[in-house]
Ligand binder design. Structure first.
Ligand SMILES: [Zn+2]
Ligand SMILES: [Zn+2]
Length: 139
């Protein structure tokens, strides 16, 4: 039996940004904050939490970063096609689940920033723990 870890890969719509994970994400979550609504155009955004050291990009030429002026993680996207790739917060990367090529091998386990949830779409009643603001530290 081949028990080597499967490579987790992903990338943007145009192919300019490609990445590989060295190990599976440790957690995933939905974020309902207003910034995620604006950058994604959706009611919430699902991301996988990984250590910075575990993600490698083939070529960083087209990775563009928006740093919020006050606080919060930088948002990183492809400057050719606009695909949202991840957020960057110190040594933590929150990679958008939608940019994985296949199964990211993790499922969202909580919802955060419910205080700013979109009024136009009900929060799914899926039993996940919810947090009014950001996820508790250490999760
Ligand atoms: Zn692209
Ligand atoms: Zn958010």
């Amino acid at each position: 039996m081949d028990d080597r870890p499967k490579s987790l890969t992903g990338g943007c719509n145009c192919g300019a940004v490609r990445f590989i994970l060295r190990r599976p994400p440790r957690q995933a979550l939905y974020c309902h904050c207003k910034r995620c609504q604006r950058r994604s155009g959706a009611a919430a955004s699902a991301s996988a939490i990984v250590d910075a050291a575990d993600v490698a990009f083939e070529d960083e030429t087209h990775l563009r970063r928006w740093q919020p002026p006050d606080d919060g993680a930088a948002k990183v996207f492809c400057d050719v096609c606009g695909s949202q790739i991840m957020s960057v917060d110190d040594d933590v990367r929150a990679i958008r689940l939608g940019v994985f090529d296949d199964d990211p091998e993790v499922r969202p386990a909580l919802r955060q920033w419910l205080a700013s949830a979109a009024c136009w779409e009900p929060v799914p009643d899926d039993g996940l723990p919810i947090h009014d603001r950001g996820r508790p530290s250490g999760e």
